[in-house]
Design a binder for this molecule. Structure first.
Ligand code: PGA
Length: 242
């Protein structure tokens, strides 16, 4: 059985000392036989500490965002090339906070995704509708657009992960019902089928915690989770299982 992908988005939380302490505790709580394949996205400034802490484990880690160009006059950005050099494996792309706070567009994400794949890193493209869009019944149009543009330069011979995160469920404690999540994941998979014959994992994100992970994870079309708040404590995150 494929392992359930359980990814931690730490956002702008934790310093290097806290990162070190977290992983020393987390590694004691998990084992190779676990059903989860963990992926961590700490703030970029903590990635060296992360690389050291996870060097002897098979846990994956990567960046919350990278720029579409590898180097140059791009103040404040991070490089996919450098991430690959220091041993990272995954990159979050298109998180709703990148869309809403930093005003990045689907076209920006398409260019980032191409660069990420060029460096043999795995992109985790986040998509999701706002409450207003869900209420006006435009969820399917929004998701189709985010997928079509965001994946317009995708190399389907390489791995891609999608994370469906309804914006109204992120950090709000308001989780999608398993039925609503399943229905939306099915739609996302249908759109993906028009782009590739390969099976693309689709993760659910938005207020996932140990108490709701079991029911969500048992849905056919949910292949894992992207977790914010509940990933910040090792003893809580380690309990997120199908
Ligand atoms: P949350 O965040 O689990 O705190 O809702 C999820 C995310 O933003 O990826």
């Amino acid at each position: 059985m494929e392992k359930l992908i359980v990814a931690a988005n730490w956002k702008l939380n934790k310093n290097p000392a806290e990162t070190k302490l977290y992983f020393s505790e987390f590694l004691k709580l998990i084992s190779k036989e676990d059903e989860q394949q963990f992926v961590f996205f700490p703030p970029a400034i903590n990635l060296h500490v992360t690389a050291e802490a996870l060097a002897d484990s098979d846990i994956n880690w990567g960046a919350q965002s990278v720029y579409a160009k590898d180097q140059g006059a791009f103040t404040g950005e991070n490089s996919a090339q450098t991430l690959a050099e220091i041993g990272g494996s995954h990159v979050l792309i298109g998180h709703s906070e990148r869309r809403q706070i930093f005003k990045q567009t689907d076209e920006d994400f398409a260019a980032q995704l191409k660069t990420v794949q060029d460096h043999d890193l795995v992109p985790m493209l986040c998509i999701g509708e706002t409450l207003e869009q869900r209420e006006s019944e435009s969820t399917q149009d929004v998701l189709r657009h985010q997928l079509t543009v965001g994946l317009s330069q995708a190399d389907w011979s390489k791995s891609i992960i999608i994370a469906y995160e309804p914006v109204w469920a992120i950090g709000t404690g308001k989780v999608a019902t398993p039925e609503l999540a399943e229905e939306t994941h099915k739609f996302v998979k249908l759109v993906l089928k028009g782009m590739t014959e390969d099976e693309v994992p689709v993760l659910y994100g938005g207020s996932v915690k140990p108490e709701n992970a079991g029911e969500l994870g048992s849905q056919d079309s949910i292949d894992g989770f992207l977790v914010g708040g509940a990933s910040l404590k090792p003893e809580v995150f380690a309990k997120i299982t199908p």
